[in-house]
Design a protein around this ligand. Structure first.
Ligand code: GRG
Length: 307
């Protein structure tokens, strides 16, 4: 599999000891996403093409990687978690397609490519997002051989994608544009809009890894801290990065009058806060002993990422 250009930039900043393992896992995820999104003749070709355009575009695959690393940390073969990782990536991709629509952030560039609605039209982009969301749950319900685990994963993902998490956070984020706001409000938005899917990724990996209560709490705590750190870095990159490296338009937050961490805290304090959150995320994984090494390295990568 050839490496997409922005993925190459990612890999160069990954901790070298984990690089090969992460590349291997990501390659398996990419192959599975490709295989799962073939669909038969009952799926219109244009809908299939729109879904695949956004799904197979070079994303970081952070959420599926978190699923696999959480299963790994529990000492269970990560390969059985691949369908769950793919389901999560499908829900994430649906949210990106809809976020880019003219009615929301109105963007023309995503993952280094034209956005779904720019290539396929607005109606088809809405349908591609809808179809990815629905298909993710079909995949989750049939992709895990243990029915109890499948049900628990469906519950985790549905909650994280729903009104009290992803969609609710997005609604509040849109409502807050060009409004005054404080840190508490900003964190409340991003715990739902960004953090909930990351926490779901880790908890789904925990379900599949048969995590005990202490391990599940640790995965949830790690995910919450990492989610906020990830968002702070995202805000910093939006102000400091460029379209080419980011694969999306830089400077969007200011144009949309978004509440952001650098806007409220300043750049230096935002960097310090992200670093503290990553330290706390790493601390939370200590219950896994050495098995947490990869999760800890991934947390450090989130601080160093350039896109
Ligand atoms: C439309 C329900 C709905 C939600 C949209 C995805 C989203 C919520 C908004 C996009 C804008 C934004 C700043 C979201 C925060 C989460 C985030 C940083 C998403 C981008 O995730 P990455 O960086 O993207 O992991 P890739 O392309 O690498 O997968």
């Amino acid at each position: 599999m050839s490496e997409p250009s922005n993925a190459t930039a990612t890999e160069s900043s990954l901790a070298s000891t984990h690089q090969d393992d992460w590349l291997r896992k990501r390659q398996r995820i990419e192959e599975a996403l490709d295989a799962y999104s073939q669909f038969d003749g009952d799926c219109p070709a244009v809908l299939r093409d729109a879904m695949r355009h956004s799904l197979l575009a070079p994303g970081k695959r952070l959420r599926p990687l978190l699923v696999l690393l959480a299963t790994d940390a529990c000492g269970v073969d990560w390969q059985i978690a691949i369908p769950a990782g793919c389901a999560l990536e499908m829900v994430h991709t649906y949210s990106l397609i809809h976020d880019d629509l003219p009615a929301m952030d109105d963007d023309d560039l995503r993952r280094g490519l034209p956005t779904c609605h720019k290539l396929f039209g607005e109606a088809m982009a809405i349908l591609a997002g809808d179809a990815l969301l629905a298909f993710a749950f079909e995949l989750l319900s049939r992709g895990l051989s243990d029915a109890g685990q499948a049900a628990a994963c469906v519950r985790e993902l549905a909650r994280a994608a729903g009104p009290t998490a992803l969609v609710g956070g997005q609604a509040d984020d849109l409502a807050a544009e060009f409004q005054a706001g404080d840190l508490q409000q900003l964190q409340h938005i991003h715990r739902r809009k960004t953090g909930a899917l990351l926490v779901a990724a880790l908890r789904m990996g925990g379900v599949i890894g048969r995590a005990n209560d202490e391990q599940m709490d640790a995965l949830g705590a790690y995910g919450q801290k990492l989610g906020l750190a990830f968002q702070i870095v995202d805000d910093l990159l939006d102000t400091q990065g460029n379209d080419r490296d980011l694969g999306k338009r830089a400077g969007k937050d200011q144009r949309h009058g978004k509440l952001t961490f650098p806007g409220l805290l300043g750049m230096e304090s935002s960097v310090r806060r992200a670093a503290t959150l990553v330290d706390e995320a790493i601390e939370a994984t200590k219950v896994f002993g050495e098995r947490a090494n990869a999760l800890q390295a991934l947390a450090r990568y989130v601080l160093e990422r350039r896109h």
